[in-house]
Write a protein that binds this ligand. Structure first.
Ligand code: NAP
Ligand code: HSE
Length: 423
């Protein structure tokens, strides 16, 4: 028997309890023993819930219970979850968590605390896709050259509906929340932070990089508008929020932002709440993973896979996939300013002589080469026009400086919008 205590009975917690009950036969057969929920903790005991396990509103009852072998943390948040998970480990219990925000900040401390105790976090990245297992086990003989993926189901759901159905941003976000995809605070999703948390977890396994969200380039989807969607459609692009980790010499670039990506690329076809991750290893070449990135049952499927593994093996394997620190690899985080990309820029300008020339001068000053320009018809009432540019490759530092300067031009009415072009 493996006795577990669950902290958090929301979207994911309820699904875990339900699947453990409804799929008990196959789970017990694969685990070699029964997995039993002894108790679950919630914040508000008065809420109606569709579960039949004993509940408490005091998580310490679970952490201090010597008969509980594994604590399953499904409450979310960072510092209180860190206290709870740390205490579970100090009390000699295994841990399973779906909490990527916790791991984005504390994965290395938790790895040190866990030592040989089992610590499962398959559900923390890409919901139901076993990407952690793929990196820790399946691809462990490879140097990872790059990792590129759609890792936030909520954003992909919103962008797909905006592209395919012309849906409204706010209404579609509400729909994603109702379906249980979004974080308790959905700005984590649409601001790109949730995808960044996941990217940092994968980058730790692939490269041993110990970066925090504040250290990397993160942009969300909140500024994408109908004009960008129309441009994408006209030129055969999809718009996706991508999380990218790439090794360039001895540096690793880590970034999350919306991209324009040609529709015929495999990752551009990943739609709705689905996630898709491409991993290139130096020996295996490109491998691709696809599946539901959010939702109660999909995430619970990953949580329970960790529990079955713990029941089967007992001891933990190295949490982040390496037995000793990876400093011998000499890899460091590439500064944001050095990242190289192509860009699409949208500017709202007053339609009068010399405007295009003044903008072109700024591009020349920062050594930015223009690939294409398009002017949308002028609005007769405001006398403003939209100018759309695409650039050749240039450095992030240069594009940011150019955008600052273009914003200050008297003929430009607001800060230009920018989306990177991914090839
Ligand atoms: P949720 O629906 O908001 O549920 C959170 C649960 O935690 C609630 O039952 C809440 O209690 C409980 N809780 C919060 N603080 C607590 C505390 N201090 N002590 C005891 N219980 C506490 O969240 P969720 O969507 O299930 O997500 C849970 C975790 O899984 C998060 O880390 C999330 O990022 C991650 N995750 C979610 C998904 C998804 O698709 N939803 C996918 C992958 C990973 P009350 O019910 O009483 O408020
Ligand atoms: N809010 C997250 C998403 C849940 O939309 O992808 C899965 O981690």
């Amino acid at each position: 028997m493996l006795n577990i205590g669950i902290i958090g009975v929301g979207t994911v917690g309820e699904s875990v309890i339900k699947i453990l009950k409804e799929n008990r036969d196959i789970i017990s057969a694969r685990a070699g023993k029964e997995i039993r929920v002894l108790k679950a903790a919630v914040r508000d005991l008065s809420k109606k819930r569709d579960v039949d396990v004993p509940l408490t509103d005091n998580a310490d009852e679970i952490l201090d219970d010597p008969s509980i072998d594994v604590v399953v943390e499904l409450m979310g948040g960072i510092e209180e979850a860190y206290r709870i998970v740390s205490k579970a480990l100090k009390n000699g219990k295994g841990v399973v968590t779906a909490n990527k925000a916790l791991l984005a900040y504390h994965r290395y401390e938790l790895q040190n605390l866990a030592k040989d105790l089992p610590f499962g976090f398959e559900a923390s990245v890409a919901g139901g896709i076993p990407i952690i297992n793929a990196l820790k086990v399946g691809l462990s003989a490879n140097h990872i050259e790059s990792l590129k993926g759609i890792m936030n189901g909520t954003c992909n759901f919103i962008l797909t509906k905006m592209m395919n159905e012309g849906s409204d941003f706010k209404e579609t976000l509400k729909e994603a929340q109702d379906l249980g995809y979004a974080e308790a605070d959905p700005t984590f999703d649409i601001g790109g932070f949730d995808a960044a948390h996941k990217l940092l977890i994968l980058a730790s396994i692939a490269y041993g990089i110990d970066a925090k969200p504040e250290d990397i380039l993160i942009e969300g989807i909140e500024n994408i508008n109908a004009e960008d969607i129309a441009f994408a459609k006209e030129f055969n692009y999809s718009i996706k929020l991508l999380a990218i980790a790439k090794k360039v010499d001895h540096k690793v670039e880590l970034r999350v932002h919306p991209v324009l990506i040609k529709k015929d690329q495999m990752i551009a076809k990943v739609d709705g709440v689905m996630n898709g991750i491409s991993v290139i290893g130096d020996r295996v070449g490109e491998t691709m993973y696809y599946g539901p990135g959010a939702g109660g049952d999909a995430t619970a499927s990953a949580v329970i896979s960790d529990l079955i593994e713990i029941a089967r093996v007992g001891k933990g394997s190295p949490m982040l996939g390496f037995k000793r620190a990876m400093e011998s690899s000499n890899l460091t985080l590439m500064p944001r300013s050095e990242i190289i990309s192509k860009y699409y820029l949208r500017m709202c300008v007053y339609d009068r002589p010399g405007v295009l020339a003044s903008i072109a001068k700024v591009f020349e000053k920062y050594d930015i080469s223009i690939n294409a320009v398009l002017q949308r018809p002028t609005n007769e009432e405001s006398q403003k026009a939209s100018l759309l540019f695409s650039t050749h490759l240039c450095k992030e530092e240069m594009i940011q400086k150019a955008l600052d300067e273009i914003e200050s031009l008297e003929s430009v009415s607001s800060r230009p919008a920018m989306i990177r072009i991914e090839e």
